[in-house]
Design a protein around this ligand. Sequence first.
Ligand code: A3D
Length: 310
Amino acid sequence: MHRSKITVVGSGNVGATTAHWVAVKELGDVVLLDVVEGMPQGKALDLMEAAPVAGFDCRITGTNNWEDAADSDVVVITAGIARRPGMSREDLVQINARIVGEVAKQVARFAPAAIVIVVTNPLDVMTYLAYQASGFAPHRVIGMSGVLDTTRLRTFIALELGISFEDVTALVLGGHGDQMVPLMRYAYAGGIPVSQLIPPERLEAIAHRTRYGGGEIVELLKTGSAYYAPGASVAVMVEAILRDKRRILPVAAYLNGEYGESDVYAGVPAIIGSNGVEKVLEIDLEAAELAAFKASVAAVRETLAKLKSN
Ligand code: A3D
């Protein structure tokens, strides 16, 4: 039986938390890779020492050496800097572009068969860069953002209704920025459209809180950005890939004509399985929803163009 190997590049807040969720789900052996000496080794050992009491059976290795990532099945890229109060995701672009470009080349060299999940911000742009720098087919390079944006939306709906989180499903489209598009028409609680349960002005307030959900955490933490829900969201994607679950998840996928967009990454619903993005799903959008989606993709293209001109 093949033991899956998951390498998490960047062992900071999101990387370490991802390793934690992946271990708890027993998805495979985990390698935590970082440029800082000692830190990934320390976090990996600490996490592995939880195995006997937490009841997971995974080897967890910390390293500064890419050779330890050899032949990974999945590589998660969280390397880079995170936001602090007053910063937009776009403020991170120059520094993170250099880091993600270098990391993606190492992935191609040491883990040529891996599926890559990008987490570094600005997400859609970094996912595009990782796709280009790795030389991988686009379905093997996926951005994590929609699962997080959607779990935030689901949380706020469940809290509003005073019901279980389990019964809420929802969908957020577009780029992972303040122009993301929470699709309230596609949100359900126990199979009931939420528009039948929540008045329009409260729905609008929930959509607004979702759009600024990342910023809300940054303002509270002051020293960095969210990591528990992001790590859990990555683990759901890793699970869908390694167990070939063919889950429908909102992810940043490469668009090749879908929604009238080409050669760009943006958040859309997709079937996620052992090949990465198995299929991008095109859903019916009303004119205003499509316009909001297009505006958010235009913002992704703008950041990409700025980066190329520097
Ligand atoms: P942080 O805790 O600073 O961890 C980043 C780690 O990357 C640090 O330990 C660095 O040493 C390491 N690193 C830097 N360069 C390299 C390199 N070349 N190779 C290996 N490791 C390197 O940040 P974080 O974990 O809070 O956030 C990481 C990234 O994820 C940031 O860009 C965040 O903005 C982004 N993020 C995205 C989401 C999405 O939903 C898309 C959510 C949360 C965070």
